[in-house]
Design a binder for this molecule. Structure first.
Ligand SMILES: CCCCCCCCCC/C=C\CC(=O)SCCNC(=O)CCNC(=O)[C@H](O)C(C)(C)COP(=O)(O)OP(=O)(O)OC[C@H]1O[C@@H](n2cnc3c(N)ncnc32)[C@H](O)[C@@H]1OP(=O)(O)O
Length: 282
């Protein structure tokens, strides 16, 4: 998979305007800045960018599109002014449909393999809260810029669920092992300021525009680096985690299906959904 992506890494001419590359789907948009050649992938699923089957499929398709059109980099962000992504749409896991839940988890695996394994430089402009699956997306990127007063982290244990190994390795590729282990066990959500202090995010910006500009600046640091050498270096550094999921995706799916169907897990998810609804009516 990575080999064919690498074939796309040839220099290209740049123009001066920005163009909408894809509106084929309604849940993501891809806008390429023709001056920098950088693509911005925006998640757009109100109210909270909950990662359901359709959004995951659209994100995957958009990443493939960006890989295919020789963009110089990918910036992931959200159209919601206060939420990057609320993580997995809990309705996909609560009282699930047998076929759909398989497609859902497979789509999540596809997104992670494409984003974590992307041959182009990736950055996340985290313009809002980013729990669980939202944190997975952000930490799959190479660089993170976050707006103040939001939260980010893998809070799975607080929901009574267990993050799969590949969520944990992604988290661990950003945070020191000891800190990652403690945060995962605690289900800790970090404020922007805390996330910056521990290195979970690289920079703080005061607006989405500034966050995108800082992400573009990061991607710009590769301008004078040979793209093939850069991509092969990234590929080698990330190969172990990618290979592990590629080799074990069927078992990973079966584990998820078994786990999510446990009565205790279903009960926990139901209670959590109720608590989210109650919060909304307060
Ligand atoms: C041994 C190995 C076995 C492996 C087994 C694997 C097991 C599964 C692993 C799963 C991995 C990942 C898990 C996840 O990603 S789960 C999702 C976790 N997300 C959260 O906990 C976030 C919950 N949401 C919030 O904290 C807040 O909503 C917010 C994002 C901070 C936004 O706050 P807000 O005040 O702006 O909005 P709010 O009123 O709360 O929400 C608006 C409506 O959206 C609904 N909603 C929010 N989040 C979700 C969600 N994740 N899924 C579905 N629906 C969500 C909320 O209920 C409101 O709805 P309504 O308007 O009241 O109808």
């Amino acid at each position: 998979m990575m080999r064919s992506k690498l074939m796309n890494l040839v220099p290209r001419a740049v123009a001066t305007t920005s163009r909408q590359m894809s509106t084929a789907t309604k849940l993501t948009t891809v806008q390429v800045d023709d001056k920098t050649g950088i693509a911005t992938l925006t998640m757009n699923r109100p109210p909270v960018n909950g990662l359901n089957l359709e959004l995951l499929r659209d994100i995957h398709q958009s990443i493939e599109e960006i890989e295919g059109n020789k963009s110089r980099g990918l910036i992931l962000t959200s159209s919601n002014p206060t939420i990057f992504s609320a993580g997995l749409d809990i309705f996909e896991m609560y009282k699930p449909d047998k076929e759909r839940i398989r497609a859902f988890w497979t789509a999540l695996q596809d997104v992670w393999l494409a984003l974590y394994g992307s041959s182009v430089p990736t950055a996340a402009a985290i313009n809002g809260h980013s729990p669980a699956g939202g944190c997975l997306l952000a930490t799959s990127c190479e660089y993170r810029v976050m707006l103040p007063k939001y939260t980010i982290g893998l809070n799975e244990t607080k929901l009574g669920i267990v993050a799969p190994k590949w969520f944990m390795s992604t988290f661990e590729s950003v945070l020191p092992r000891r800190l990652a282990e403690r945060a995962l066990n605690q289900g800790r959500m970090f404020t922007t300021e805390e996330a910056l202090a521990v290195g979970l995010v690289d920079e703080v910006a005061n607006s989405k525009e500034e966050a995108i500009a800082k992400c573009a600046q990061f991607i710009g640091t590769f301008a004078k680096v040979n793209p093939l050498a850069r991509a092969l270096t990234k590929q080698q550094l990330r190969a172990e985690e990618l290979k592990q999921l590629e080799d074990e995706r069927v078992q990973d799916l079966e584990k998820f299906i078994f786990f999510v169907n446990q009565p205790a897990v279903q009960k926990g998810l139901g209670i959590y959904l109720e608590s989210l609804k109650k919060k909304a009516t307060k």
